[in-house]
Design a protein around this ligand. Structure first.
Ligand SMILES: [Zn+2]
Length: 68
């Protein structure tokens, strides 16, 4: 098994391909943003915040320059 072989997983938040490597500290998410959003949704569920919106985050930059 070479470290150069990256496993590709679907980001639990946005469904984009995310590299499951030690170089991706946000795995299994594709980016820090998605990881934070997921944690935010957890918090939202716990606190039951009405009208909580994540669309603006999901629609914006999901690329992480650190993925490669
Ligand atoms: Zn994502």
């Amino acid at each position: 098994m070479s470290e150069g072989t990256a496993r590709i997983v679907a980001c639990p938040n946005c469904g984009r391909a995310a590299k499951w490597t030690t170089r991706n500290p946000f795995r299994p998410f594709c980016s820090e943003r998605c990881k934070l959003i997921d944690l935010g949704e957890w918090a939202s569920e716990r606190h039951v915040i009405p009208g909580s919106e994540v669309d603006e985050f999901m629609g914006s930059e999901l690329e992480s320059p650190q993925l490669d």
